[in-house]
Design a protein around this ligand. Structure first.
Ligand SMILES: [Zn+2]
Length: 387
């Protein structure tokens, strides 16, 4: 199975400068290729293949005006041109909107490295062409330290290595092929009810609480709101006529806000991944979840924020991926299946169940926690369809 690995980089200042240069060249080549295609199309010409464009670009590299491009490894710009062509083709196939030019302000700095030439040691990653000198001490510049040691295998076939900057740190993401490891699964399956009060309730009785209600996250959210208000006040204060002015103080605060946002995302992501791997590592035969109508829930203005923070969509994607890795069957219950309205004892359906009814009381004498009952019902649903 192919797995994507993303690891933070710890470049020194020389390397950081080089990385921004590479990202800039990549952006330049992308925009150049897109502009060429567009111009050609408006003249009534047909699609220019990326090999033709690359030949043209090589000539450009050797002209005096664009001499700075010669300092950048060829593979960076080559891939950027390929990407532009793919995006352009996808537009004509109707797969995406017309590709936008990458602006310096808006786009994320990123670039590609050749998947054959890239090297990894357990602690470092080797880039191409940071230093052209053959001296050993100069060659060191090519090796950038990794924040996590031994995470990326050193002797593997690498696919699509990309380096990107998220506003604070540089990251490498690369795909690596891993051998399949099929484990023996238990006979029992599990049903999972997702919700806002508790994040997930499993039919085996395990509950995962809502991380957004924890003290830590609430404190961070409060800090975030304060900082946002303070930034907008600073903007108002330094307003010159109609235009806003970015003072050093604002830059400092915006950086803090970015850090805070990253921290919150990391906490949520981490919690999600831990929950999923805990469920999957219990090796159930199947997992049954309900088909959540996320876009419908987002329309409810009382729920939208809570739903957004829970990242249900991400949960499902990640669960699909983990299940296929372990060979667990994932069953998504039909949208009309009344998982929380159904009584698990007598099969009665309670139509008038409100969202505020946390305890399910049935005429047959069954009294149960609403979410737990839903999880049990989902398990029963899964049993019917599991192979
Ligand atoms: Zn009942």
């Amino acid at each position: 199975m192919v797995k994507a690995i993303k690891v933070m980089l710890l470049p020194n200042n020389v390397q950081k400068t080089k990385m921004f240069q590479y990202a800039g060249a990549s952006r330049f080549a992308y925009n150049w290729a897109l502009a060429r295609e567009k111009e050609n199309y408006e003249k009534g010409g047909r699609f220019i293949s990326d090999s033709e464009l690359r030949k043209e670009f090589t000539k450009l590299r050797h002209s005096d005006e664009y001499a700075w491009l010669l300092n950048i490894s060829n593979n960076v710009t080559k891939q950027a041109i390929k990407d532009a062509c793919t995006a352009y083709k996808n537009f004509f196939k109707g797969l995406q909107k017309f590709p936008r030019f990458k602006s310096k302000k808006r786009s994320m700095p990123k670039f590609y490295q050749d998947n054959v030439k890239i090297r990894f040691s357990s602690t470092h990653i080797k880039f191409e062409g940071f230093s052209s000198s053959r001296k050993a001490n100069k060659q060191k510049i090519n090796w950038v330290r990794l924040a996590e040691h031994g995470r990326i295998p050193t002797d593997a076939k690498y696919m699509n290595p990309r380096i990107s900057f998220d506003g604070l740190n540089w990251w490498i993401s690369v795909c690596v092929e891993f051998p399949d490891c099929r484990e023996t699964l238990h006979d029992d399956g599990v049903g999972i009810d997702l919700g806002i009060k508790d994040f997930a309730v499993c039919s085996d009785g395990v509950k995962y609480k809502n991380i957004n209600k924890s003290q830590k996250v609430r404190k961070l959210e409060k800090q975030k709101r304060r900082l946002q208000r303070s930034i907008s006040r600073s903007y108002e204060k330094n307003k010159k006529g109609e235009s806003y002015c970015k003072t050093n103080n604002v830059i400092k605060k915006e950086r803090l806000l970015l850090k805070l946002n990253h921290r919150l995302t990391n906490i949520r992501k981490n919690y999600l991944n831990q929950t999923i791997s805990e469920i999957v590592n219990r090796k159930p035969r199947f997992i049954c979840i309900e088909d959540l109508n996320v876009s419908g829930m987002m329309k409810n203005r009382h729920l939208s924020k809570a739903v957004q923070e829970q990242k249900f969509f991400r949960f499902r994607k990640q669960l699909e991926y983990k299940c296929s890795d372990k060979g667990i069957q994932l069953i998504v219950a039909d949208w009309f299946y009344p998982s929380s309205k159904l009584c698990s004892c007598c099969g009665n359906i309670k139509r008038n169940l409100k969202l505020s009814d946390r305890i399910y009381r049935c005429e047959c004498g069954n009294i149960m926690d609403r979410d737990f009952q839903a999880a049990i019902n989902l398990k029963a649903y899964g049993e019917r369809f599991a192979g």
